[in-house]
Design a protein around this ligand. Sequence first.
Ligand code: GLA
Length: 382
Amino acid sequence: MRSRFIKHFDGKTGNVYASPGRINLIGEHTDYNGGFVFPGAVDKGVMAEMRANGTEDTVMAYAIDLKDRVDFKLSDPEGPRASWARYIYGIALEMKKLGVPVKGFNIAFAGDVPLGAGMSSSAAMESCFACGLNDIFGDNKVSQWDMVLAGQATEHNYCGVNCGIMDQFASVFGKAGCLMRLDCRSREFEYFPFKPDGYRLVLLDSVVKHQLAGSPYNDRRNSCENVVKHIQAKHPEGKFETLRDCTWEQLEEVKEEVGAEDYKRAKFVLGEKDRVLAVCDALNEGDYEKVGEMMYKTHEGLSKDYEVSCEELDFLNDIAKENGVTGSRIMGGGFGGCTINLVRNDLYKKFIDDAKKKFNAKYGHEPKVYDVVIGDGSRKIC
Ligand code: GLA
């Protein structure tokens, strides 16, 4: 990265920052519903070299992996068109809103989070760039939580995805060896050392690309908000901000009026809220079989009720079941990407071999395999 930074700009070096992608053990599509999530940062991420270039507001950016150079001005109301450059533009403007006097800078970056795999390569970019801008222009005065929110606002305001806070949270706050249980409403969280004796976590990437922008992801969120609106209208005495505030009975009361699709989606979210808590208890007791059982239930809900799965991911989930894998489910936003699998060490090899063979026979290519290593969050490297 440094050699590219030197080559593409003025020969000088800058500071280097890194931020990870994430996994999520359980708690999918609960973040924007005020629920709980259970993510951890991974050992894959985005790294950027950055330096103030002395201009008022010209950004010169180079995406090393794409070999693409884009220059733009922060004062341009449209911003750059290249989707990767919009993350830089968006986060710079969001950091400015937080009081960081961002001026022109040079940036080159590269990453090893597989794109479209549901491992949050975009959050890794946002938090990496936020960390750099905070350091270079802001005396590191912006708090970690504000950087999380700036990353989320970048998605909302410049990239067309109305995401929750899980991905940016995990990328900023991650800690090696620990999963984190986050209450997305109060923003309280706890680190959970994750050393499942006799088991491991592995991701199988279907390599089906998901595209969240302007997509079905936002529809899901709208459905949830619609159900909350109906429940609120029925109960003017209460305060219903998200599905977190709603009970099963209240959901049943609005079943007819919200329609079958929104009902099913809300049903998934209420179930998922309960499952995350069940997984916490199970982890405290070291009961990984229970954790796995919840993961399968989540998959079923994401596939049948929330409808964010696809044929390839359901197929991978079936193979996991056939192989006696403890738990398996779609991970992340859905519409492609990975399954996350909790598998006993003694079954690991057979499972992976079988998944490769069967997937290849059906879809003409093998799934990619990523062993999960839980790593640290955003940081300055040098
Ligand atoms: C995407 C979003 C997150 C979250 C997940 C689903 O990764 O960015 O905020 O909603 O989907 O759990």
